[in-house]
Design a protein around this ligand. Sequence first.
Ligand code: KG4
Ligand code: ZN
Length: 345
Amino acid sequence: MIVLGIESSCDETACAIVKQGTHILSNVVASQVDLHEQFGGVVPELACRRHIDAMLPVIHQALEEASITLNEVDLIAVAKGPGLIGALLLGINTAKALSLAIQKPFIGVNHIEAHLYAALMSHPSEKINFPCLGVVLSGGHTAIVLMRGIGCYELVGQTQDDAIGEAFDKVAKILELPYPGGPHIEALAAEGSTKSYPFKAGTLKNRPLDFSFSGLKTSVLYTIKGQNQKDAKLLSPREKKDVAASFQYTAFSDVIAKTVKAAEMHGCQTVVFGGGVTNNQTLRKMFAQAAPFLNCLWPSAGLSLDNAAMIAGLGYHIFQHQGHSDPFDLEAMTHIPFKKNEQSA
Ligand code: KG4
Ligand code: ZN
């Protein structure tokens, strides 16, 4: 079965062709970084306009790179949410129109679940022992879920304020680094000392698996600009590297500690990772060192950041188990909460 996937939930316009849920024939992503970096973040209205321009060329390119025609596609899959409403509508309406035009079924999938599926499709021969843990680390979400199967997830912990990628982007802005900040912080941190600044990630009373990164970001701000923004000091290049390294180390140590705790509490040996921040190689190394007893499944290259291959892959899987959606019935969903796991609440 050949699935055409479409992703447009935020600032990437993407289309991919995937065979049998894991075999990627093409994976095209049109990034909008050039458009948004001057504003230091995504401007929703501009993102929508760029999606309009990019959508059809990206679909054509994906078909061409896969060497197939539209008529050879068996299923259209699209990200239905969570994300920016206008951006989602662009992708969903394109998918609906394609589905009606070629008379092929259509399915809407959850973008966050697709991030976790990205790691599963990166390890197609791995036999997953459910329940396992899913850890989503992206620009919009930070959550630990108990995965009882693909499509059956219970929330065990989530951020109460900033998402981890958002914290990276905000700290990058404070350090006057370009948007998106994650890769720039990672590069700078590689040359800094992790122990130079005693930053702390947030802990929440009676909620050991929840996250809070807003205080950590504010500590970085105060370190650099002073409490009243009056005592701002110019950091030397050396100090900037140390701030980046100490911030990154603090944020990742917190994610590792909470993941290990969640794995213990729920008796899981396997952890599936998803989201743009999992592209960070230091994070992967830190996990391997701190928790060698966990079987960590990371997305392969091209599948960490927003992409449509993960949408097509998850679309295939859901189609096999639940059938397709009615094109006229699917609405864009800006928020899709995970079911709560009572044991962890
Ligand atoms: O999953 P994603 O592409 O989009 C969302 O669904 O949010 O994640 C984007 C986020 C951005 O905040 C970006 O700064 C962060 O992922 N990111 C990184 C790295 N690469 C991207 N964060 C840390 N280290 C990286 N190497
Ligand atoms: Zn994403």
